[in-house]
Design a protein around this ligand. Structure first.
Ligand SMILES: O=P(O)(O)OC[C@H]1O[C@H](O)[C@H](O)[C@@H](O)[C@@H]1O
Length: 318
């Protein structure tokens, strides 16, 4: 973890209290910032150098355990969705994480200053719901250019020799100006499991994905780069992922929005979840083994080509 510099007024990592007195960490870079709640290890804000919020958080979000915060980036572990014995999306988003001051090193040296290392370990009570011992380390970094990077390292620390199996997602809620003006590029021709049709398998058509109604799809074995183009805002989000083969795309649309107590009736127009995930083929770890999954987000101005967005340029650039 980095500490405040004396040469600059900017404090790259600040520990403070957020809504309802919950512990919060603020990461600051040259002009961008991010906020992370220890409740859920949950990123709730990511702002660009104009101070614009890039993540959606519902105006009705409850920052009150045990309800997960509606918006930002909830962590789904050890179960994505409702497939399994655990509560929907697992328990990691409902736990209070700790700050880790001296985590095991990463293979590459980190020159970033604005980052925080969090850790989640099970309590004895937790092991009644999921009888496994683990260490879940989450590093959240705000890069000098304003990119937001999340790296998860999950280790099996079972002393009884037993493996465990999990699914996972960075359930990212992007803020968009108008969902009907949004296109997702990078998932064309990819197979998906449709959660709205008993997880039946289909293949996406060749066109970019646009939105006219409720969507809840798990795209499987996707490319490592996905672009979300916000035509009205002239902004493109680029999501890069590693160790996370699948991508979930979700928008509840009007009916489901009304049924959610912590989501405004019209808020579906201003959000889109695109979630780097491991769903189709769960991960199994033996004791001593570690899994790593990384998601990197950047927001860039969209380029125009004779009045049309040019997503290929975004996808082809490194
Ligand atoms: O309401 P939550 O438990 O946060 O879940 C919100 C949504 O998350 C994912 O995107 C799932 O695919 C959806 O089926 C679910 O409705």
């Amino acid at each position: 973890m980095s500490t405040a510099t004396t040469t600059s007024d900017r404090v790259p990592v600040e520990f403070c209290k957020g809504i309802n007195g919950l512990d919060k960490v603020i990461l600051r870079e040259v002009r961008s910032s991010a906020e992370v709640y220890l409740y859920g290890g949950h990123v709730t804000s990511w702002k660009n150098d104009h101070g614009e919020e890039l993540l959606f958080v519902s105006s009705k979000a409850q920052f009150k355990p045990p309800k997960a915060i509606r918006g930002g980036i909830p962590i789904c572990f050890p179960q994505f969705g409702g497939q399994g014995n655990l509560e929907q999306h697992g328990f990691a988003r409902n736990k209070i994480w700790s700050v880790e001051t001296d985590p095991p090193p990463f293979p590459t040296v980190n020159s970033n200053k604005a980052f925080v290392d969090l850790i989640l370990k099970p309590s004895e009570d937790d092991m009644k719901t999921w009888p496994h011992s683990y260490e879940f380390r989450l590093r959240i970094t705000l890069g000098p250019g304003g990119d937001l990077m999340l790296t998860s390292r999950i280790r099996n620390t079972n002393a009884d020799g037993k493996p465990f199996t999990f699914t996972f997602a960075y359930h990212t809620y992007f803020s968009v100006s108008d969902i009907s003006e949004v296109r997702v590029e990078g998932l064309e021709t990819i197979d998906y499991l449709d959660n709205l049709q008993n997880r039946e398998r289909f293949t996406e058509q060749g066109d970019a994905i646009t939105f006219e109604g409720e969507v809840d799809k798990v795209y499987v074995s996707t490319p490592t780069k996905i672009a979300i183009l916000d035509h009205e805002k002239k902004r493109t989000f680029v999501l890069r992922k590693d160790g996370l083969p699948d991508a979930v795309v979700w928008n509840p649309w009007d009916k489901k929005a009304k049924a959610m107590a912590d989501f405004g009736d019209d808020e579906y127009k201003h959000m889109l979840c695109v979630e780097a995930a491991v769903v189709e083929k769960p991960i199994t770890l033996k004791p001593g083994e570690e899994w790593k999954g990384r998601q990197e987000l950047s927001a860039v101005p969209s380029s125009y080509c004779s009045g049309q967005l040019d997503p290929q340029r975004v996808l082809q650039s490194s």
